[in-house]
Ligand binder design. Structure first.
Ligand code: UT7
Length: 335
């Protein structure tokens, strides 16, 4: 059995910055409310007419990650792409990456686990490397949220939170079992599926019906979120799944060098930080400037933390996420 290590990281976000004040011109909201409840000051939204999509942003992030890994696209053995905002209903974005990067005809898998998508994707890639089946796996989290948000007053409880962007990691074979991804931990609780959901389009409201009934004011086409229930479950599950990872590796909270939470809400990250008694410099947040980028949030934050020199060789890095499904997970990494 091998381990996998992160050999390259990259991210891409659109240039277009949307501030809270910009949003208050579209809907009944304000900077004070958004900052107080979420910590968000601004986010990136793809500008209308831009070439960017989830797949296109994913490619941009992937090119950087592959280059930093010292590899070429042709060295990649497998692609795992996590998103809740795929370019197409099908096929998934993974095959678009294979094509756009002119890669060999490697397998491409799409992961549909929303905010936990990157942790699920990382775990999947890790298993393929652990068994020896693949040497280098490209993992991407990318989201084009802004195209599917309700930008009227009705959507304000959800829309102000989300941002667009992509992050990518290359996982490569590591012979030393004390290094790299030590373990990953995945969970779900589908009884809460309806609490954070986009209902349409779905196979239940398929094309003929869509054509007849397509109605821009139908709320089913926009995300619904029971924010308080999600918040309450998130803080419990974050703590549980981090503890699960630490105890699996006979580690404790004092061993954590850097915690990178999925950027759901700054208040959630701060709550978890307090539970594990971590200092500010032991937690990396970027929700203030990027909003919640769902499957992209951890790989963007991880790349930025690495670029800023916040991750050193030998550090224990903990990733954790919670979101729609509900799904949640953690990854314990020895850098
Ligand atoms: O990453 C995926 C997982 N998602 C999460 O983890 C999100 C978890 N939940 C949250 O982050 C919070 O629940 C929110 C930030 C989404 C909402 O904060 P909240 O403190 O739970 O607010 P609320 O939904 O209870 O709304 C409080 C008030 C309401 O007004 P009334 O009924 O008290 O008069 C809302 O209508 O705030 C109002 N409101 C807003 N006001 C200004 C809701 N959204 C807005 C807004 N601007 N954008």
């Amino acid at each position: 059995m091998y381990n996998s290590k992160i050999s390259g990281l990259g991210f891409y976000v659109p240039d277009n910055i949307v501030t809270n004040d910009d949003l208050s011109k579209m809907m009944d909201t304000n900077d004070a409310w958004i900052q107080e409840r979420t910590g968000i000051k601004e986010r990136r939204w793809i500008k209308e007419g831009s070439e960017d999509t989830s797949a296109v942003m994913g490619v941009k992030a992937a090119r950087i990650a592959i280059e930093r890994a010292g590899l070429e696209p042709k060295d990649i053995d497998f692609i795992v792409f996590a998103t809740l905002s795929p370019d197409l209903y099908f096929p998934g974005c993974g095959v678009q990456i294979q094509d756009m990067l002119d890669m060999n005809t490697v397998g491409a898998l799409d992961v549909r686990n929303q905010c936990s998508g990157f942790v699920y994707a990382l775990s999947t890639a890790d298993q393929f490397i652990k068994t020896g089946m693949y040497k280098n796996v490209l993992v991407i989290g990318s989201e084009f949220h802004s195209g599917g948000l309700d930008k009227t007053d009705r959507g304000r409880g959800v829309t102000v939170i989300f941002g667009d962007g992509a992050g990518a990691a290359v996982l490569s074979r590591e012979e030393d079992n004390a290094k790299g991804v030590l373990s990953t931990h995945l969970h779900s609780e589908g009884k809460f599926a309806g609490e954070l959901i986009v209902k349409s389009p779905s196979i239940m409201h398929w094309v003929p019906q869509l054509i007849e009934e397509n109605n821009k004011v139908d709320p089913d086409y926009y995300p619904y979120m029971n924010g308080q229930l999600v918040f309450k479950n998130a803080i419990v599950r974050f703590e549980e799944v981090i503890n699960e990872g630490l105890s699996k590796n006979n580690l404790s909270a004092t061993d954590i060098d850097l915690f990178i939470p999925h950027q759901a809400n700054l208040r959630i990250s701060q709550f978890v930080q307090r539970r594990f008694k971590l200092r500010d410099d032991q937690v990396f947040n970027n929700i203030m400037t990027h909003g919640n980028t769902t499957a992209a949030s951890i790989p963007i934050a991880l790349t930025q933390a690495w670029e800023q020199g916040k991750i050193k060789k030998g550090d224990l890095v903990v990733l954790a996420a919670f979101g729609s499904g509900f799904t949640w997970g953690s990854a314990i990494i020895r850098w």
